[in-house]
Design a protein around this ligand. Structure first.
Ligand SMILES: N[C@@H](CCC(=O)N[C@@H](CS)C(=O)NCC(=O)O)C(=O)O
Length: 232
């Protein structure tokens, strides 16, 4: 059994989608990031970066002590290797998937995160930051769009690279991105949306609430704590 330390956000959905797609048994341990659960010592022991998601696999391949993993890129690789699915084993196919997974981890996720932060959550309007991250977001949409030209999936067959990117594209409306400007992304996004396992993964924890939506005062305090340690 895998414990999934989770809250329904783009990074959380990557893992709930992967667990559903791979048909691995798991149970959800809610980490309410708008109430500061990511700073609890028990969670920090698993995820020292005070970010969710993280997993603990009580039945790791080869047996032995439970394995805990934080960072969604590492979690996706772990789950793909455990299940033997969605990550090719041949050198070239594997590297292609890992390239795009790393592109998501270092580019698409962080830049869209910052674009949203400066537009919707920052206590002051900073046009330079808003423009910089908005431009970077649109540039990355363009990169993905060119990659998907003539391709059904990001790298070979459906893989953990698609599972990493899709939950970030969900935010397009809120981020005011016109998907018609990125027709290949739009086709890929809508096609994946039809996958029953992906839909199940996206539904996990719907009842918990929406920390990526409007923040109340306490959520603001908890989610800004890392950025403004002096203001906690
Ligand atoms: N690079 C990390 C990012 C995880 C991340 O940023 N998670 C957010 C939710 S989407 C979080 O836990 N935020 C809590 C906070 O900012 O204190 C990963 O891929 O696992």
């Amino acid at each position: 059994m895998i414990d999934a330390y989770y809250w329904p956000t783009p990074n959380g959905w990557k893992i709930s989608i992967a667990l559903e797609e791979m048909e691995l048994p798991y149970r959800v341990v809610p980490v309410n990031i708008s109430r500061g659960a990511q700073f609890e010592p028990e969670f920090l022991a698993i995820s020292p970066n005070n970010r969710m998601p993280a997993i603990v696999d009580h039945d790791p391949p080869g047996g032995g002590d439970p394995v805990s993993v934080f960072e969604t890129g590492a979690i996706l690789i772990y789950l793909a290797e455990k299940s033997g699915r969605f990550l090719p084993t041949d050198l070239r196919g594997r590297m292609e998937v890992l390239e795009w997974l790393m592109w998501q981890m270092g580019g698409l996720g962080p830049m869209l995160g910052q674009a949203g932060h400066f537009r919707f959550y920052a206590p002051e309007q900073i046009p330079y930051a808003q423009e910089r991250y908005n431009n970077e977001m649109l540039r990355l949409y363009g990169v993905l769009d060119r990659r998907l030209e003539g391709r059904e999936f990001i790298a070979g067959d459906y893989s953990i690279a698609d599972m990493a990117c899709w939950p970030w594209i969900i935010t397009y409306k809120r981020q005011q991105v016109n998907l018609d400007d990125f027709p290949n992304v739009k086709r890929w996004y809508k096609a994946l949306q039809q996958r029953p396992a992906l839909r199940r993964g996206y539904e996990v924890g719907k009842e918990f609430g929406k920390p990526t939506g409007d923040w109340d005062e306490e959520a603001r305090k908890n989610l800004m704590a890392q950025a403004n340690p002096g203001k906690q």
